[in-house]
Write a protein that binds this ligand. Structure first.
Ligand code: OGA
Ligand code: NI
Length: 360
């Protein structure tokens, strides 16, 4: 049985078209209530130099001491921030630039070509402009493209863009490299939980994991103080590798009631823990809220690769991490069931994973 909705509740308007047609105002559909707007931070303002941890993954192969200290940094990042950047991660910087710039070219194609890939909420694959199907919802200032890499049964080149000509090849290679890197990070995350290196991957379903890509396109916005490029949310999946725009910041991460604007390091990936790893780790690792702000001068492109558990197996706290002192915080649920929530309701902070917590 599938509860997946079949269609959008109202006609889709591309934010890119709205951006091109409005000069100093934005339509009411994109205006957030005052409490959600970018400048309304609670608490004190952190200095502009605040940033998420940056971890250098290079040079650990033959140096066990350096390795141990880097793994400790990753542990701390996963428990305290839910976010970190990695550099010297082994993915070719040229491939990273090529992937991002090829996607940028896609978003600059004529609208008729992009519309051929228009998506529906049934699978979300293709060119989209909203998340959630609530009629009349206030929308985010972004368009996106969503596609599957894994499992191979869901990978469908016909649902990928046909243009620019090199894109399918570039995106294939990008996906392959990032899946490898995720596999490497999963081992570190598993070891850091005091478990054998393969246990976390096994809990994801071993080889049968899911991987998808969401490319975000944030057009220029004449009133950035009134809206958000992407509303506050935690990622529902396992782990995310984000390739941010190299020119334009925008991602903000929640830390102690403040929003920290991430300053991307050159050719870094931003790694974050998703809800499924929070659940599997019994909340030792944190899936942290984040959002995106937009600006009036520059568009922004980012690539979020989601590394997810096999979608039809129950995900619950790993038995090695459940003790009498620390009982299981979450009941089992498959990722297929779990992701329906964001697909129906759109991004809503951490409300979903919080609501899962078993009452006690
Ligand atoms: C996402 C996301 C952040 C960004 O796609 O889930 O959080 O910087 N993107 O675009
Ligand atoms: Ni996200």
């Amino acid at each position: 049985m599938s509860n997946n909705p079949q269609d959008w509740p109202e006609p889709i308007i591309r934010v890119q078209s709205v951006s091109e047609s409005c000069v100093d105002g934005i339509p009411g559909r994109y205006i957030k209530p005052p409490s959600d707007r970018p400048s309304t931070g609670t608490g004190f303002t952190l200095g502009d130099d605040a940033n998420i941890p940056i971890i250098d993954l290079g040079g650990t192969e033959h140096d066990p001491v350096a390795r141990a200290s880097k793994y400790r940094e990753i542990l701390q990042a996963c428990t305290e921030w839910g976010f970190f950047q990695i550099v010297n991660h082994g993915v070719d910087p040229d491939l990273m630039d090529k992937a991002r710039e090829t996607w940028r070219q896609f978003f600059h194609l004529p609208m008729e070509l992009k519309q051929q890939h228009a998506n529906s909420p049934k699978t979300y694959e293709g060119y989209g402009s909203r998340l959630g199907i609530e009629k009349g919802a206030i929308l985010d200032w972004s368009d996106y493209y969503f596609l599957h890499y894994l499992p191979l049964s869901l990978k469908d080149h016909n649902k990928w863009p046909a243009q620019p000509p090199s894109c399918r090849e570039v995106f294939d290679e990008y996906g392959r490299e990032l899946v490898k890197l995720c596999g490497r990070l999963m081992k570190i995350l598993s070891l850091n939980l005091g478990l054998e290196e393969d246990l976390l991957q096994n809990a994801f379903g071993g080889e049968d994991i899911g991987t998808c890509l969401r490319v975000n396109f944030y057009p220029k916005c004449p009133r950035p103080e009134l809206t958000l490029g992407l509303s506050s949310h935690s990622d529902p999946g396992g782990m995310t590798l984000l390739l941010p725009d190299d020119q334009v910041p925008g991602l903000q991460v929640r830390k102690c009631n403040n929003w920290i604007t991430v300053k991307p390091a050159t050719h870094a990936f931003i790694v974050n823990i998703g809800d499924q790893i929070q659940v599997l780790s019994n909340a030792i690792y944190k899936s942290v809220e984040h959002r995106v702000i937009v600006n009036s001068d520059k568009e922004r492109v980012s690539l979020a690769l989601f590394y997810n558990p096999k979608s039809n197996i129950p995900i619950e706290p790993m038995k090695e991490l459940v003790t009498q002192e620390r009982p299981a915080l979450y009941p089992p649920m498959t990722f297929d069931e779990y992701r329906l929530y964001i697909r129906l309701k759109g991004p809503r902070g951490k409300s979903q994973v919080e609501s899962l917590k078993s009452p006690r």
